[in-house]
Every structure is written in structure tokens, then in C-alpha cells.
Ligand binder design. Structure first.
Ligand code: SF4
Length: 331
């Protein structure tokens, strides 16, 4: 359940987040540039809300998730989660904050220690952050296994004995162990068989309703994001092109990149009409050397002269919608 905090204020507020990875070259390994994986990204997430973060692979969306939770040290920007600025917390304050913000990873196989039993994996955060007795800890582990639909009888088995979907349930149980408020779901279904992807997404939705969780749901699967997200942020080359409420975005994307991305999503149309798929030409430029002006100008079907000179700012284009494009008149 949500606690008594101000429900009209964002739980997560990200402002001007940058995550640059330095490039060193030459014999002396001089700093010769930066890979601008995340370049001035701002968004908020309300309590109990799911913000979808979409874009092609390499656009920086997973890096945003990691920088928000300070699994990477951000280069610049602020990330306030429940009132605390994560990048400036001391190591001890960050350790105390960790239980409230968790991550569910893409590859459950790689994120679970193969030498630990399920009970040990789920119970590890309890060892680190609580003083529960052995019996209390076991009771909590069983409760978590129930919550994610894992049979308690399998508590002493090892991860290899489980299917991909069950392993992801173990990862989710572990993320829930310390009653987090905010979870970054980083491509949580990408490594799973299509037949069980919907089960895991439904589980995440059920848990959100039951526990009042707030999600940043990172995915390249636009159909799944449409199912789970309340609002969606579309990323291109380290920046946000558009943030809109889900239904408005899928009905009429405003940014040319969002339009192209969504044109590839199969749309069941009762009239039988086929939507026009927009094929983008060229490759995504390197984040080490993004184009001048709008970062989409090398591929945009609607590019204008100004786009190659002036970078468009993310501005409010309609109520609740923000778009970074010179074609859009701000409100
Ligand atoms: Fe296309 Fe120009 Fe808009 Fe960028 S600013 S998306 S290049 S029209």
C-alpha cells in the first residue's frame, strides 16, 4: 500500500541527467571524447504510475535506468526519488536508500547466482538490510514466493532447475524483498519465450496494484509497453524525443521519430485498413559524435534547414505532452 506521502508530487523526478562514458585513445590514453549515452534527459514518474521508456537498442534507455538507481555514477543532473537526491547521497545514505529502489533485470539467468538456492537468493537482501530471525526470514521468503507465484516447495532448489519465466519470478521476488516503492524494470521480458512474456507482465501489473509500486518500464517492445505503461517516453540517441500519455502517443505520435517507431507496431484495425509503415533511412549516428542541431536530423523524413543548426528543446506541445521538434508549436 502507498504510505501517507504527497500523492500529487512525483515519486521520481529526473532533471538534465547526463551519462557520458569517456573515450581514451592514443599511446598516452588521452581523454579524446565521450560517448554521450544519456544527454540531458528529464522526466518524472508519479506514485503508482508506470512510465514506459522505449527506443531502439543503443539509444541509452537502459543506461537511464542504471544512472537513475546510481548503478552508474551520473555525469550530471539530479535524480530525486521520494525527496532525496540520489547522485549526491553519501555511500552510507545510498545503502540505506537502496531497499526502496530496486531493479528487475533483463536476463534472469545472468542476474541470479547459480550457486545459491532460491531461498538464499530471495533472502540475501534481508540479510543485508534487516535483523530478522531465521524463522522470520524464512516466513518472509515464503510470502514473497507466494506473491510471485513460485511454489514454496522449490525454495531449496537452484536457479538452473527453473524455466526462464520462473527465474524472472525469482528476480522479481528478490526485488520485492525489502518493500521497495520504485522499481526499474529493464527489458524484463526480452529474454523470455513469447508464450510467457504476458504472464510476467501481468504479474508485474498485479504486484503494482497490490503493493502500490511505481515502475520505470524499459523496453523495445512497443506492444508490451502499450499494455503496461500509463505514459511513454520515446528515446533517440541519448535524448527524449517525446513524452506523452500512452493512448495519445499511440493514437497520434507528434515527434517524427515516434511516428516512425510506432508505424512498425502491428495494429489490429477492424476496418482492415493497413497503416503506412515509415522506413527510416540510414543508420543511427554514433553517440560519440551526434549530429549538430536535432539529433534525428540525419534520418528525419521531415528535416528542415533549421534542424541542422538548432537543437530543439523538449517543450510542452499539448496538455501532458512534451516534444522536442521544430515542427511542433509549444503551448
Ligand atoms: Fe525532424 Fe527537424 Fe523535428 Fe528533428 S527538429 S525531428 S529533424 S523536423
Amino acid at each position: 500500500m502507498l504510505d501517507a506521502r504527497d500523492e500529487t508530487a512525483p515519486l521520481v523526478q529526473v532533471k538534465n541527467l547526463k551519462m557520458y562514458f569517456p573515450i581514451y585513445s592514443g599511446l598516452l590514453r588521452r581523454h579524446s571524447g565521450d560517448v554521450k549515452a544519456v544527454d540531458d534527459v528529464s522526466f518524472h514518474i508519479m506514485p503508482g504510475e508506470t512510465l514506459g521508456l522505449v527506443g531502439e537498442s543503443g539509444c541509452g534507455k537502459s543506461t537511464v535506468g542504471r544512472a537513475v538507481l546510481r548503478l552508474y555514477e551520473p555525469t550530471a543532473g539530479s535524480v530525486r526519488i521520494d525527496g532525496e537526491d540520489i547522485p549526491t547521497l553519501t555511500p552510507e545514505a545510498l545503502r540505506r536508500k537502496r531497499p526502496t529502489m530496486q531493479m528487475v533485470f533483463q536476463d534472469p539467468q545472468a542476474s541470479l547466482n547459480p550457486r545459491m538456492t532460491v531461498a538464499d537468493i530471495i533472502g540475501e537482501p534481508l540479510d543485508e538490510h534487516t535483523t530478522l530471525s531465521r524463522d522470520e526470514k524464512l516466513a518472509r521468503i515464503y510470502e514473497l514466493m507466494d506473491q510471485v507465484g513460485l511454489n514454496r516447495a522449490f525454495a531449496n532448489r537452484y536457479p538452473y532447475a527453473f524455466s526462464g519465466g520462473q527465474r524472472q519470478r525469482i528476480g522479481i521476488a528478490r526485488a520485492l524483498a525489502l518493500n521497495p516503492k520504485f522499481i526499474v524494470c529493464d527489458e524484463p521480458i526480452a529474454a523470455l519465450d513469447v508464450s510467457i512474456q504476458a504472464q510476467v507482465v501481468n504479474l508485474l501489473e498485479e504486484l503494482q496494484d497490490r503493493l502500490g509500486l511505481t515502475y520505470l518500464f524499459i523496453s523495445h517492445d512497443l506492444s508490451m509497453v502499450r499494455h503496461i505503461a500509463d505514459r511513454v517516453a520515446v528515446m533517440y540517441l541519448g535524448q527524449i524525443a517525446e513524452i506523452s500519455p500512452r493512448d495519445a502517443l499511440y493514437a497520434q505520435p507528434l515527434h517524427p521519430y515516434a511516428e516512425a517507431l510506432l508505424s512498425a507496431v502491428p495494429e489490429p484495425d477492424p476496418s482492415g485498413a493497413q497503416q503506412q509503415r515509415i522506413i527510416l533511412k540510414g543508420d543511427v549516428p554514433s553517440p560519440a559524435n551526434p549530429p549538430k542541431g536535432c539529433n534525428f536530423c540525419t534520418r528525419c523524413p521531415k528535416v528542415m534547414d533549421i534542424c541542422r543548426e538548432v537543437e530543439p528543446k523538449l517543450q510542452e506541445a499539448a496538455p501532458g505532452r512534451q516534444v522536442a521538434c521544430h515542427l511542433i508549436n509549444p503551448l
